[in-house]
Write a protein that binds this ligand. Structure first.
Ligand code: AHG
Ligand code: MN
Ligand code: MN
Ligand code: MN
Length: 335
């Protein structure tokens, strides 16, 4: 039957970004294509280590604390090293910012290129030991200054030229936007290639799921509490929303992109600026959300408009289906 005949014309990530480059014609030098190629290799490399982590003693703490005061896991450190080495060697980067490094890395002249990459090498560290989905998040700016310095990454997220994440889950999925919609790819481990499986992802206009760490409810501002109550205790005749919270931003955002609904990590009375990091968590995810037709806000303004003042700063995050996020915003407007 037809189902048994394999597709002989698969679209790999490499093929897809190459055709994207050709679409831009002479304007494109191919540097971004090569950079994205380096990033997909890091994802494969991290994915294979994640899969065998339990077997090769890669579970547990590395023994150091990062600039955010978090205890680093061995996989945080390994993933960071994989990314820094590959991005530097790609010769396409000038500035790197990683969750796990206190300072921005300025690439030496010999290897310097024209792009800056901000990344969360391993997102969802607290889930590693339980084998729950984790990921890598990245955002890319084109260098604006002469040599490339920290000013090149202290720019609003709307200036990013690409953003994406890789999720290490029941399958390994890479989701990418170069500013022309969002595409999702699944790693075929036998081929060692990411195959286009989710072309042109569009967030449903409204969902049925909310995704917050409600353990923080007693610190939440009234706007957030009132919004959550409105979806948990809806007017007669309407169904309440379902709760889904994994605690890995990559996994929670991935589900939100595909199923719709709202993901939130608000600032509150305890965490004055929220928890998620602006540069390498909020910006890339806000970029993808908007590219997929959704909304990403702090509650008080568009995330992608924020001008960062330091590389590890945090911000309040709500993102997801347009109608759901706009419902939340009504509570902020009322306040
Ligand atoms: P990371 O593991 O990169 O430090 O990020 C953790 C983040 C993010 O993945 C997730 O959305 C959030 O922290 C979960 O925080 P809580 O455990 O406070 O819910
Ligand atoms: Mn961390
Ligand atoms: Mn993270
Ligand atoms: Mn991390």
């Amino acid at each position: 039957t037809a189902e048994e005949i394999p597709n002989t014309d698969i679209i790999t990530l490499t093929r897809h970004i190459l055709s994207d480059q050709l679409r831009l014609g002479a304007a494109a030098t191919g540097d971004l294509t090569l950079l994205l190629n380096a990033i997909q290799t890091t994802s494969k490399f991290i994915a294979t280590n994640v899969r065998k982590a339990r077997l090769i003693n890669l579970i547990g703490l590395a023994g150091e604390t990062n600039v955010q005061g978090e205890e680093q896991k061995k996989l945080d450190v390994l993933s960071n090293d994989i990314m820094v080495n590959a991005l530097r060697a790609s010769r396409k980067t000038a500035v790197l910012v990683s969750e796990e490094l206190d300072e921005a890395v300025l690439i030496e002249e010999r290897l310097r290129g024209r792009y800056c990459v901000v990344f969360d090498p391993l997102d969802g560290s607290s889930n590693i030991d339980a084998g729950v989905n984790i990921g890598t998040i990245f955002g890319i700016y084109k260098v604006a200054s002469e040599k490339g310095d920290v000013s090149d990454v202290l720019r609003p997220g709307k200036e990013m030229v690409a953003a994406g994440y890789t999720m290490y889950g029941s399958s390994c999925n890479l989701v990418l936007s170069t500013g022309n919609g969002v595409n999702g790819y699944t790693l075929d481990t036998a081929l060692g290639e990411f195959i286009l499986t989710h072309p042109d992802i569009q967030i449903p206009t409204r969902g049925k799921i909310y995704s917050f760490n409600e353990g923080n409810s007693s610190y939440f501002h009234p706007e957030v509490v009132n919004y959550l109550n409105s979806i948990k205790y809806p007017p007669a005749g309407k169904s309440p929303y379902s709760a889904r919270y994994i605690g890995s931003m990559v996994a929670d955002v991935h589900r939100t992109l595909l199923y719709g609904g709202i993901f939130g990590y608000p600032d509150d009375r305890k965490s004055k600026n929220g928890k998620l990091r602006l540069l390498y968590e909020a910006f890339p995810m806000a970029f993808l959300t908007e590219q997929a037709g959704g909304v990403a806000t702090t509650g008080r303004g568009r995330i992608l408009d924020i001008v960062p003042t330091s590389i590890h700063e945090r911000c309040s995050v709500f993102l997801g289906s347009k109608d759901d996020v706009n419902d939340l915003l009504k509570f902020y407007e009322k306040a």
